[in-house]
Design a protein around this ligand. Structure first.
Ligand SMILES: *Cc1c(COP(=O)(O)O)cnc(C)c1O
Length: 384
């Protein structure tokens, strides 16, 4: 269990200083990796077995809680483990109402795993006021959204959704992965749970998998700690260590991701014949005003529909030099993803197209390289 120690300090100070416990005896400025599966009984910090806690988990938990503006956070082996932990608190017959443009693996988990245990999921378009007004008709046990969504970068009004979820008697979970803790803090906007794949922006270097759930509810925190040990969802101490190191530079990286992505998106919109360019901080984005209100930057993801055939789109993607075609996002290096054949391949084609994931859609994760080189790369790929 971890209390945040915000104490009015800035994000950058908390990112660097929150994870400095358990080193008093040695004076080490950087904590070690506690590679141990078990702990001697009766130790002052109450550790017993790494499945139910480890000093590296605790350092990361405290930092994430603080950065998310919550009281507590619990880390898990991946973002998907964090999703599993939250859903494991539900029971057969419970209904989850979710945003229709949800992360592909979340969709697959609900459809192919949790459905077997009687947890039902219903999808709505949360940009529609009518969907919010209808929430209580579903008697949801939980409301689940992402903002920005993957890969369409729809922005949902988190404060408004929280109000509607609470009016329907349900807690609100926001998957904050695409925004990052630096640019958006769902708990401060009224969400009950903020789930983050720390694998992405928090780690920032594409070298470890970790997920977390942040909350200010003691009851939810107890459920998360229980899920971590009872379901075996714990991360590895080494991955926590790498992720905590990444968190120290999150603010600098996010500033550059946002700056690069805005310039990259502006280039695509103004200088190419792309049919649509989606980026939350472009004035052409349908929810630009909400984005500016609840985020301090647009993050690094830019989604574009080149309006070409499937073959042509794949050819463009393959002739890029600085954007390896790879799943994931949020690392210092740029990547690109073709959702229809990669992240959303597990979503049926009709369902995909109904939510705007066409064959010519490409999602760029804009890294922190020199943005001129990234722009030039796309220019040559489009001409080739
Ligand atoms: C990547 C991702 C996840 C899952 O995280 P892993 O660490 O890969 O398990 C969940 N939600 C979103 C929005 C993601 O991008």
């Amino acid at each position: 269990m971890s209390k945040s120690e915000t104490g009015g300090e800035g994000f950058e100070t908390r990112a660097i200083h929150s994870g400095r416990d358990f080193v008093g005896e040695t004076g080490a400025v950087t904590p070690p990796v506690w590679l141990t599966s078990t702990f001697e009984y009766g130790n002052p910090n109450g550790f017993d077995y790494t499945r139910s806690g480890n000093p590296n988990f605790r350092l990361l938990d405290r930092t994430v809680a603080s950065l998310e503006g919550g009281e507590f956070a619990t880390c898990f082996g991946s973002g998907v483990s964090a999703i599993t932990a939250v859903v494991s608190t539900l029971k057969s017959g419970d209904v989850v109402v979710a945003e229709e443009n949800i992360y592909g693996c979340t969709f697959r988990l609900f459809a192919q795993v949790f459905a077997k245990f009687g947890v039902e999921i219903r999808y709505l378009d949360f940009t529609e006021e009518a969907s919010l007004a209808s929430l209580s008709d579903h008697q949801p046990a939980l409301v689940w959204i992402e903002s920005p969504t993957n890969p369409n970068l729809k922005i949902l009004d988190i404060a408004r959704v929280a109000e509607a979820a609470h009016a329907a008697g349900a807690p609100l979970l926001v998957d904050n992965t695409f925004a990052s803790s630096y640019l958006q803090r769902p708990l401060e906007l009224g969400a009950d749970l903020s789930l983050i794949s720390l694998t992405k922006y928090t780690n920032g270097h594409s070298d470890a998998l970790v997920g977390a759930v942040a909350t200010s509810s003691e009851e939810w925190q107890e459920k998360m700690i229980f899920a971590q040990k009872a379901l075996g969802l714990q991360p590895s101490p080494m991955d926590c260590w790498l992720t905590l190191r990444g968190a120290k530079t999150e603010s600098l990286r996010m500033e550059r991701h946002s700056e690069n992505a805005l310039r990259f998106a502006t280039f695509l919109e103004e200088e190419t014949d792309a049919v649509t360019v989606r980026y939350p901080f472009l004035p052409s984005h349908p929810q630009f005003e909400i984005a500016k209100r609840q985020m301090s930057g647009g993050s690094g993801i830019v989604t574009v529909d080149f309006g070409r055939s499937l073959d042509d789109t794949l050819r463009i993607v393959e002739s890029l030099r600085y954007f390896p075609k790879a799943e994931s996002l949020g690392g210092v290096e740029s990547l690109c993803c073709h959702p229809a054949s990669m992240t959303h391949a597990s979503v049926p084609k009709e369902t995909r197209e109904a939510v705007g994931i066409t064959d010519s859609l490409v999602r760029f994760s804009v890294g922190i390289e020199s943005v001129e080189d990234l722009i030039e790369d796309v220019r040559q790929a489009l001409q080739s």
